[in-house]
Design a protein around this ligand. Structure first.
Ligand code: NAI
Length: 328
């Protein structure tokens, strides 16, 4: 029996993500938590004739605890999204506290759950989550994931456009680093099957993968950031993880993780000099079974992108760690 929780279930990402989880044969119970409207979203979804038993919870009557209790997987898209002109880091002040509070509840009532953090800035909210779990004595790096899948999804789409491929999903495009602006590092030299990006298109393509989210923020013109593509990406990661937990082999997806706590991660940590970093992760029954070192074959141009990413990540990570450990 798999119990999945969405925290922030009434939002732009939360609703379509909850719909996808409700449709999944991999989910038996779906608990929706939000500060508004979650009973409504749950009632609506509960009429769909799929397997998952769906319920909604609000903060009253310890709703977060009831929703999270004994969850197997908790997906967190709670918090405010960007408006035009904002960076993901501008969301820190509000979202850091929201994520901290939710992880505290998870640590207490679902200490073994796989936790998928979508709330931005992911570069900082994942370190916050790790610190909270450590303080509660239940941190297992193999079970904590920052969801960067949308960067991979965008890279697949944009590369396919440039390369004239009709099915973007046949491409595997590793994207490593973090999840904002120039901390996002697409490795076009390692696309499989191999694709050659013309020199005159390279920079624009990198920029589009790094800043593709801004296209959506601009087009929505004050009404939020990516929600539907993010719900797809969040579901794609959750589905792969649930399949891997049930024994499917060879499932790999990049994710922003605490490297020293994952097999293969320590060597990568020594190379990049930051604890939290996204690399392709092999998924399995324990969650993150192995971090794949893709740094060996990178090009000079990619190395430059990587250097900029690491510089940005250092600040984002220490900001999260400091916040999590500050007295209340
Ligand atoms: P939204 O504003 O539409 O939805 C957020 C939901 O969180 C709302 O329903 C709100 O009531 C709820 N919420 C607020 N405080 C809460 C709390 N303490 N507990 C439970 N729920 C709470 O925002 P949207 O567009 O769904 O985005 C959510 C987050 O996801 C944002 O931080 C956004 O930046 C991030 N995001 C992350 C992406 C990624 O690739 N990781 C991509 C796109 C967005």
């Amino acid at each position: 029996m798999v119990k999945a929780v969405v925290a922030g279930a009434s939002g732009g990402i939360g609703q379509p993500l909850s719909l996808l989880l409700k449709l999944s044969p991999l989910v038996d119970e779906l608990a929706l938590y939000d500060v508004v409207n979650s009973p409504g979203v749950a009632a609506d979804l509960s009429h769909i004739s799929s397997n998952a038993k769906t319920s909604g919870y609000l903060p009253k009557d310890d709703g977060a605890k009831a929703a999270f209790k004994d969850a197997d997987i908790i997906v967190i898209p709670a918090g405010i999204p960007r408006k035009p002109g904002m960076t993901r880091d501008d969301l820190f002040n509000i979202n850091a506290g929201i994520v901290k509070g939710l992880i505290e509840v998870a640590a207490e009532v679902a200490p073994k759950a796989f936790i998928l953090v979508i709330s931005n800035p992911v570069n900082s909210t994942v370190p916050i989550s790790a610190e909270v779990l450590k303080a509660k004595g239940v941190f297992n790096a193999q079970r904590l994931f920052g969801v960067t899948t949308l960067d991979i999804v965008r890279a697949e789409t944009f590369v396919a456009e440039v390369a004239g491929k009709s099915n973007p999903q046949e491409l595997t495009v590793p994207v490593i680093g973090g999840h904002s602006g120039d901390t996002i590092v697409p490795l076009f030299s390692q696309i499989s099957p191999s694709v050659t990006i013309p020199d005159d298109k390279y920079e624009a393509l990198v920029n589009r993968v790094q800043y593709g989210g801004d296209e959506v923020v601009k087009a929505k013109d004050g009404l939020g950031s990516a929600t539907l593509s993010m719900a797809y990406a969040g579901y794609r990661f959750a589905e792969k993880l649930l399949k891997a937990v049930k024994g499917a082999k060879g499932l790999v997806e990049p994710s922003y993780v605490y490297l020293p706590g994952i097999p293969g991660g320590e060597e990568i940590q020594k190379k990049v000099g930051v604890d939290f970093f996204s690399v392709p992760i092999e998924l399995g029954p324990n969650g993150a079974e192995k971090a794949h070192d893709v740094l060996g074959n990178i090009t000079e141009r990619e190395q430059k992108l990587l250097d900029a990413a690491i510089a940005g990540l250092k600040g984002n990570i220490s900001k999260g760690v400091t916040f999590a450990n500050a007295p209340p």
